[in-house]
Design a protein around this ligand. Structure first.
Ligand SMILES: NC(=O)c1ccc[n+]([C@@H]2O[C@H](COP(=O)([O-])OP(=O)(O)OC[C@H]3O[C@@H](n4cnc5c(N)ncnc54)[C@H](O)[C@@H]3O)[C@@H](O)[C@H]2O)c1
Length: 285
């Protein structure tokens, strides 16, 4: 089934980014948040980003693209037309389960339900739905319009049709998809977090400067961006949270954040978003 309309739950950073990507790819999109003000903020962000994309000649007509996007606070409206709905509410299991219970109740039987979780078990999120076979992890990267990967995560009950529909959607959105089983850290965070934590441990031990460690990986291993710079972009608070949860789930110390990272987080040096991480980003604010 080719999707015509996409529903997005949550109009925050990722929800608005996914909605923008879908609109740019030719889909009609309806985005839902809990308050009208939040819906409007999400829509404004999409409108601004589309105008910028037009200025940079990435799209032809920002107005026509934005006309494909609408917003609502009503669960009945967001589940009315779309046959693929992507949840992008905060990373909280109870919240996500409530959303999936509600979506499962309202959405028609042909609707696939995707979760943009970056670390929570998809199987547990899906357990809130009466039809867990139509639930799949659809993990986009930030910002969704620029990052080409879509990590698809199959829960214990996810069926083949759901996987096919998610892979078709990835193609429709111009993303490259990978298919991953529901293991802690999926395929990307599991490797990415180790690299970031180990690079930070190397700074702590005085092995080399952040610049030299990153340059080593960029020039020697052909990484487009070194692990410390990437951690600054992701935010070390988010990295610490994922690292600690993976250390516990997988029972491996290599995921544990070193003291230098914990101290940076305590001091509020989270990376690009606060202007300081392993690098200074004040000029980029
Ligand atoms: N930010 C990132 O870099 C990133 C990258 C990949 C994945 N993710 C994942 O994406 C998800 C969303 O993250 P975010 O950064 O966009 O969060 P965010 O806080 O920017 O946005 C979440 C939005 O969801 C809304 N919301 C809460 N409950 C809702 C409900 N019941 N119905 C509709 N909307 C509701 C909130 O009001 C908020 O506007 C999380 O699971 C996160 O782990 C984030």
């Amino acid at each position: 089934m080719a999707e015509q309309a996409i529903g997005v739950i949550g109009a925050g950073t990722m929800g608005s980014g996914i909605a923008q990507l879908a609109a740019q790819s030719g889909y009609d999109v309806i985005i839902r948040d809990v308050e009208q003000e939040l819906v409007d903020e999400g829509l404004d962000r999409i409108k601004e980003n589309l105008a910028e994309a037009e200025d940079r000649e990435i799209i032809d007509d920002a107005g026509a693209t934005f006309a494909r996007v609408s917003g609502t606070t009503d669960i009945g409206v967001v589940t009315d037309e779309p046959t693929f709905i992507i949840e992008a509410v905060p990373e909280d299991m109870d919240l996500k389960k409530n959303v999936f219970e509600e979506l499962d109740e309202h959405a028609g039987p042909n609707t696939v339900l995707g979760s943009n979780t970056s670390s929570l078990p998809v199987t547990e999120i899906a357990s809130a739905a009466d039809s867990p076979e139509r639930v799949i992890g659809t993990h986009f990267f930030n910002p969704p319009v620029k990052m080409e990967l879509l990590e698809l995560i199959t829960g214990h009950h996810t069926n083949d049709e759901t996987v096919d529909r998610a892979e078709e959607l990835a193609e429709g959105l111009g993303r490259t998809s990978i298919l991953v089983d529901d293991f802690p850290g999926f395929a990307t965070s599991r490797l990415g977090v180790i690299l970031g934590m180990e690079a930070a441990r190397m700074v702590e031990q005085g092995v080399a400067s952040p610049e030299d460690i990153d340059t080593g990986m960029e020039k020697g291993y052909n990484f487009p961006m070194g692990p410390l710079k990437l951690g600054d972009y992701n935010g070390w608070d988010v990295r610490v949270e994922i690292g600690e949860s993976l250390a516990e789930e997988l029972g491996r110390d290599v995921f544990k954040p070193p003291t230098i990272v914990k101290q940076m987080v305590r001091a509020g040096d989270l990376g690009v978003k606060t202007g300081q991480g392993f690098y200074n980003w004040e000029d980029e604010q």
